[in-house]
Design a protein around this ligand. Structure first.
Ligand code: SF4
Ligand code: SF4
Length: 384
């Protein structure tokens, strides 16, 4: 009696495995190691904060899932994300011990990275990150006044000093120190000054991207465009001096959130990149996962690392990006350079991952315009 049932299950598992082969191998998992945060930044795209943290079983399943689903890739990426990952430092230690051991058994090596507000770093944690190859990216917005406009602890106090005072120590352990800066309508006029301030304080890699989900007027965008131009001039001057400085906004493979295009519509989410929530649920990327009070987008729930993919149709739909679905882009002159906007941002603004927010499109236009100018100048001077 059990035979047909067992054969059916095996057939189903095999079909599912074959089905998975239609997709790219997984290159990166954004792991919500904890959904809790010690800060309450008012522009954070993670809607709501929950004290939920991954269990050892869930992070082990996440590592196993990454190693298995990365297939032939030798160096998949595990991003510790949240919430504030350093709140779960013991779990990070556990994940890295387990990950290194399992990866070695498979002849692989995991590249670890972490996005952090930096406020909880101490020397022990920094040493661990260096020794175990965890590359971290800080969230800092500028000088004390600019940073503290939005970035605050739960008690309302600004976080600038708690992170900036540690920059010299951080640099001892990670000399290439990167930040993600998030200007808003209230702070965008300080963007160029913020880059210069942080560069003078030892930061040498920048990702600059306006906060999403906010309204920007035409004059905001015009002011921001001028700020980008000023950053571009600063960048070119530093390049002439052969200074150690990278500004990803002006690089050809720039952050996909800026709308830059590779060879596909859309981005890596759901293709080579996935996110895993604290309870193990799989969504297309960490930013998608952060929507709807950390429930992600329900129709793009792909399964759970404890049980595997259970909804490959949702993955297929997420990355479909059919021409017909992208009506807003049909007549746009930026389609050679723009990948259709960040699906998470699109969803947040319009309720559809396929329909861009016209306000975001104006920002993309400004980015691309300045980026082209800067790259042309760098190329003309042989500095690209
Ligand atoms: S309409 Fe917007 S999302 Fe579409 S290609 Fe143009 S700028 Fe990009
Ligand atoms: S959905 Fe947005 S945040 Fe996520 S990988 Fe794509 S561009 Fe980046």
């Amino acid at each position: 009696m059990t035979r047909p049932f067992t054969a059916g299950l095996i057939a189903k598992a095999l079909t599912s495995l074959l089905d998975e082969r239609q997709f790219e191998p997984i290159r990166q998992i954004d792991a919500y190691i904890t959904e809790n945060c010690n800060c309450r930044c008012d522009y954070c795209f993670v809607e709501g904060k929950r004290p939920q943290q991954m269990t050892e079983e869930t992070i082990k399943a996440t590592v196993d899932f990454l190693l298995l689903k990365s297939r032939h890739l030798r160096e998949p990426i595990l991003l510790f994300f949240g919430g504030e990952p350093l709140l779960a430092f013991d779990l990070i230690r556990f994940a890295v011990d387990y990950g290194d051991y399992q990866a070695a058994l498979m002849g692989k090596r995991i590249s670890y990275s972490m996005t952090t507000n930096g406020t909880l770093f101490d020397e022990e944690k920094l040493r661990f990150c260096r020794d175990r190859r965890i590359i971290f990216l800080l969230s800092i917005d500028g000088n004390e006044k600019t940073h503290n406009v939005h970035r605050k602890f739960a008690n309302g106090r600004g976080t600038y000093r708690a992170v900036a005072d540690k920059i010299p120590l951080m640099k001892q352990y990670q000399p290439w120190l990167g930040v993600r800066m998030t200007p808003t309508p209230k702070t965008l006029h300080k963007t160029a000054a913020s880059v210069k301030h942080l560069h003078n304080h030892g930061i040498n890699q920048f990702i600059v991207g306006l906060a999403t989900g906010l309204r920007y007027t035409d004059s905001d965008i015009a002011r921001y465009t001028e700020q980008l131009r000023e950053i571009g001039r600063y960048y070119i001057d530093r390049k002439r001096e052969k200074a150690h400085l990278r500004i990803r906004t002006f690089e050809n493979d720039a952050d996909q959130e800026l709308g830059s295009k590779s060879d596909i519509w859309g981005c890596g989410a759901g293709r080579g990149r996935l996110s895993v929530s604290a309870s193990g649920e799989i969504q297309p990327c960490g930013k998608v996962q952060g929507l709807n009070n950390l429930a992600g987008i329900p129709e793009f729930s792909l399964g759970n690392v404890l049980t595997g993919f259970t909804n490959l149709d949702a993955r297929r739909n997420f990355i479909a990006f059919h021409y017909d679905l992208r009506k807003a882009c049909h007549d746009c002159d930026l389609t050679d350079d723009c990948a259709g906007g960040c699906p998470a941002v699109n969803y947040q603004a319009t309720g559809s991952v396929f329909r861009p927010d016209p306000s975001e499109c104006r920002i993309t236009r400004a980015y691309l315009e300045v980026k082209r100018e800067v790259i042309a100048r760098l190329e003309a001077e042989g500095l690209a």
